[in-house]
Design a protein. Structure first.
Length: 85
């Protein structure tokens, strides 16, 4: 399965959004007509797609690492705080 033009545009945007003026939320709304929640969902699905890895390996690997670190941090925080009250 190949990526849609929108998926490719999301990968391209994600690789350089910080170089554009304004907030990411505004840029996402203007460029993709999505809320940040919708964009985050679409991006999450996209970075799990092997076709996305073929198209944008650097950005996909970076986003996967970031996601995995956040999951580990949340799991560690939950485990550390686990029965104390």
């Amino acid at each position: 399965m190949t990526l849609s033009p929108r998926d490719e545009a999301i990968l391209e945007f994600e690789s350089s959004w910080w170089t554009e003026p304004g907030s990411k939320e505004v840029a996402v709304a203007l460029r993709f007509q999505l809320t940040m929640a919708e964009y985050t969902e679409a991006l999450g699905r996209l970075i799990d797609d092997d076709d996305a890895l073929d198209v944008g390996p650097l950005v996909v690997r970076r986003l996967r690492r970031t996601r995995d670190r956040r999951r580990q941090d949340r799991a560690g925080t939950a485990a550390a705080g686990g029965g104390e009250q």
